[in-house]
Design a protein around this ligand. Structure first.
Ligand SMILES: NC(=O)c1ccc[n+]([C@@H]2O[C@H](COP(=O)([O-])OP(=O)(O)OC[C@H]3O[C@@H](n4cnc5c(N)ncnc54)[C@H](O)[C@@H]3O)[C@@H](O)[C@H]2O)c1
Ligand SMILES: [Zn+2]
Ligand SMILES: [Zn+2]
Length: 346
């Protein structure tokens, strides 16, 4: 089969690799029908995630069709259409028993396209397939379903729920990539008074407006003054960091009001300064997190009920074999206007 293989920082290629095979009783082999690219894949290619070794097939967000299952997978059968989630779960370790699947100690967690081969391929092996896939109702198209593999649960759990958004809040989202845009949509479930979005790319700020941002700012627009101006000088109740750079994390820490919450979502590859000399007196809570995908079933219900407008999230469509071109488009959003790019089996 063909797959997108990481070759070290800055290197990737779509090439022939051996077909995946069942390696354990809880594995499934899935034919990839739709797959997408994540900002995290760009971090990997930037060298920010050194555990990803050259030779690894990338990708952790897909919809596919089950081709075969191991003897221990009782809940899936050949032909089932499933979401392959970015998080795998052994289900029995201490953290899985707490619903903290991202921290799985039994060989799960974020493994696809990280520590085992991922789903940017014609076929993929899904470990712990019984607990790491979700059967999809026919009413949910591939393009909408693939957003449930990572960006909706991540923005919801690590951004909105960790940030504790409540009605009437002023929410600032720094970074209007797919994660930041999904954070706008999922924050709106809690009726915030206003959502302020900061991004350096004009195309992304325009997308943020489409997704419901009330105020959009570039980093050079003095976000601190702008946020204070709309909050009677207080600052934001909740700030969600959805970029993953020292500068954006440090900006977030200035925007949060006393007693507020800063929810970090971004994947960081280098240290950021925590200005405790300013924060200690402000009663600020800072959260970090890897998505657990514990909310995926509920988000799927909401998708079926039409609570998210997913149509505007997918801006570019490619055939699977055009994945290098898709990476190029996705990595230059300022010029291409790309949000989520979806690759489909021809
Ligand atoms: N914690 C988790 O479980 C988890 C899961 C998935 C993704 N992530 C991370 O979330 C982050 C966002 O993901 P994405 O797919 O939306 O990525 P993305 O690369 O598509 O979006 C990042 C956005 O940040 C903007 N940006 C970059 N530098 C900026 C700056 N200095 N000031 C303002 N804006 C700036 C870019 O213009 C872009 O719109 C990434 O770091 C990704 O790795 C975390
Ligand atoms: Zn991701
Ligand atoms: Zn586990």
């Amino acid at each position: 089969m063909k797959a997108l293989v990481y070759g070290g920082p800055g290197e990737k290629s779509w090439k022939d690799v051996p077909d995946p095979r069942l390696a354990g009783p809880r594995d499934a082999i899935v034919r990839v029908d739709a797959v997408t690219i994540c900002g995290t894949d760009l971090h990997i290619l930037g060298g920010d995630v050194p555990e990803v070794r050259p030779g690894r097939i990338l990708g952790h967000e897909a919809v596919g069709t089950v081709m075969s299952v191991g003897a221990g997978v009782g809940n899936l059968a050949e032909g089932d259409r499933v979401l392959a989630s970015c998080i795998s779960a052994c289900g029995v370790c201490r953290f899985c028993r707490e619903g903290r699947y991202g921290q799985c100690l039994g060989g799960g967690g974020w493994i696809l396209g990280h520590t085992v081969d991922g789903v940017q391929a014609e076929y993929a092996r899904i470990p712990f397939a019984d607990l790491s896939t979700y059967r999809l109702p026919a009413s949910v198209p591939d393009e909408a379903a693939v957003l449930l593999a990572d960006i909706l649960p991540t923005s919801y759990e690590v951004g909105v729920l960790n940030g504790g958004v409540t009605p009437g809040d002023t929410v600032v989202v720094v970074g209007a990539g797919p994660i930041g845009l999904a954070a706008i949509q999922t924050a709106k479930l809690f009726s915030p008074s206003r959502i302020v979005v900061v991004d350096k790319a004009q195309s992304r700020l325009e997308a943020a407006k489409l997704f419901g941002a009330d105020l959009t700012l570039r980093p050079e627009d003095e976000p601190l003054e702008a946020v204070r101006a709309v909050t009677d000088g207080l600052g934001a109740d909740v700030v969600i960091e959805a970029v993953g750079t020292p500068a954006t994390f440090e900006l977030c820490a200035t925007l949060v009001r006393p007693g507020g919450r800063l929810a970090n979502v971004g994947v960081h590859g280098s240290p950021a300064t925590l200005h405790l000399e300013q924060l200690w007196i402000r009663d600020v809570t800072i959260t970090t997190g890897l998505v657990d995908t514990r909310t995926t079933p509920k988000l799927l219900d909401m998708l079926v009920a039409g609570q998210f407008d997913t149509a505007q999230m997918v801006t570019h469509r490619f055939a699977l074999g055009e994945i290098e071109q898709a990476y190029d488009v996705f990595s230059r959003p300022a010029e291409t206007g790309a949000l989520k790019v979806v690759l489909s089996r021809g």
